[in-house]
Design a binder for this molecule. Structure first.
Ligand code: C5P
Length: 229
């Protein structure tokens, strides 16, 4: 399975985003999330694709199946290589999206990393018999059963996911830091090398690259540690 580093383009606008991309002389895999997509619209995807980069469109779809199907049809024409949705939208919603994204990677968000055990039980009302980890595994299994290619999770969860859900089920893991970069608001971070050892398929890296004084150099270090080339 091909491993890759996905750079999170968490920029406010197109100008900042394209200035950043101009620093690179190679084709990248990048993630466009809600901030950039909502500020610039679908055109930003065309601009990035024109430059030859692969795209993970991180819009976390979650609505009734018919609406998700419509949204997926609108997004499909943009030609992203990877898209995602919230698994808690249920099996019918996942199937509706899968039917549309037949030839690209579709992954799921299980429980947001901002949700802790207490919120899970008290606010989302998941029965106390199911721990947060049980919930993540159960959502991942349900996602797989309905056609998802993988999930977003912490690299620390990868061994368990691979064991319980399957070796081929993709894991896309944020929360990556080189030893010397600051954690920012990320709590459970791992190095690219450790993410590789844990069996991550894709790592998502934002600020350690985007806020660096030499993004190209840091990207190459991270890529070498994770992919080995
Ligand atoms: O800058 P940093 O490397 O922390 O960026 C990580 C990226 O991965 C951000 O775009 C963030 O929204 C995303 N992400 C995350 N944790 C999750 C899911 C997505 O950090 N559980």
């Amino acid at each position: 399975m091909a491993k890759d580093v996905i750079i999170a383009l968490d920029f406010k606008n197109k100008e900042e985003c394209l200035n950043f991309l101009d620093k690179f002389d190679e084709k990248l895999y990048v993630k466009v999330g809600l901030e950039l997509f909502y500020s610039e619209g679908p055109q930003i995807i065309n601009e990035i694709k024109k430059r030859g980069h692969k795209i993970f469109l991180d819009l976390k779809l979650h609505d009734i199946p018919n609406t998700v199907k419509g949204a997926a049809n609108s997004l499909k024409n943009l030609g992203a290589d990877m898209t995602n949705l919230h698994i808690c939208g249920g099996s019918a919603m996942i199937k509706a999206a899968r039917e549309v994204f037949e030839n690209s990677i579709l992954i799921g968000v299980t429980v947001l990393t901002s949700t802790d055990e207490e919120t899970l039980h008290r606010e989302i009302l998941v029965d106390k018999d199911f721990s947060l980890e049980d919930t993540v595994i159960s959502y991942a299994k349900m996602g797989k059963k309905n056609g998802l290619d993988g999930i977003v999770c912490s690299a620390l969860e990868v061994p368990k996911i691979k064991e319980k859900v399957g070796k081929d089920f993709l894991t896309v893991t944020p929360g990556i830091r080189l030893d010397d970069s600051s954690n920012g608001d990320q709590k459970r971070v791992v190095t690219p090398k450790y993410a590789r050892e844990l069996g991550s398929d894709y790592i998502v890296v934002g600020r350690p690259i985007t806020k660096s004084e030499d993004p190209l150099k840091v990207y190459k270090i991270i890529k070498k540690e994770f992919v080995g080339e």
